[in-house]
Write a protein of this length. Sequence first.
Length: 182
Amino acid sequence: MMVTTHAAAGLLLAVPVASAAPHLAVPAATGAVLGGVVPDLDLLAGVHRKSLHFPVYYSVLGLLVGVAAAVSPSPVVVAAALFFLAAGLHSVSDWFGAGEELRPWERTSDRAVYLHPRRRWLRPKYVVRYDGAPEDLLLTVGLALPAAVTFDGWLRALVVAGVALAAVYTLFRKRVPEWLGV
Ligand SMILES: [Zn+2]
């Protein structure tokens, strides 16, 4: 799935927090967006879908810090809870996409995301056929809508920019490997 889909899914988790406690909207949204984006930084260094993808550990941490945030809702704890929950959701949902190859529509990779506690790769489920597929864009738009309505100012602008970026990426996705020269 596209990084914008993961960011939008994270933001969806921040929507109820922002509605219940508007003064926590910015820390919740910031933590959520970072949690949606950070796992994919292992595209740049390390092993993609393994080095910064932790389906189990992020999720468990997210639940623990989430409980702490419910007990003592300071901005830092709320941001940390949303970060880990969004990063966990990102890592788990990559399982439902394609493998970690550059041309995922070819389906030659059986590595969707690494399951650290079991020391093995999960096989892709292809519910979303590849990152930048039309259904992926649809997911970004659908998941981002509540956030676009809930947040305002620069946060809303960020959501709109993310959706626009996703649309452009979807349009040109299949040319990306060519442009990268591989
Ligand atoms: Zn990912």
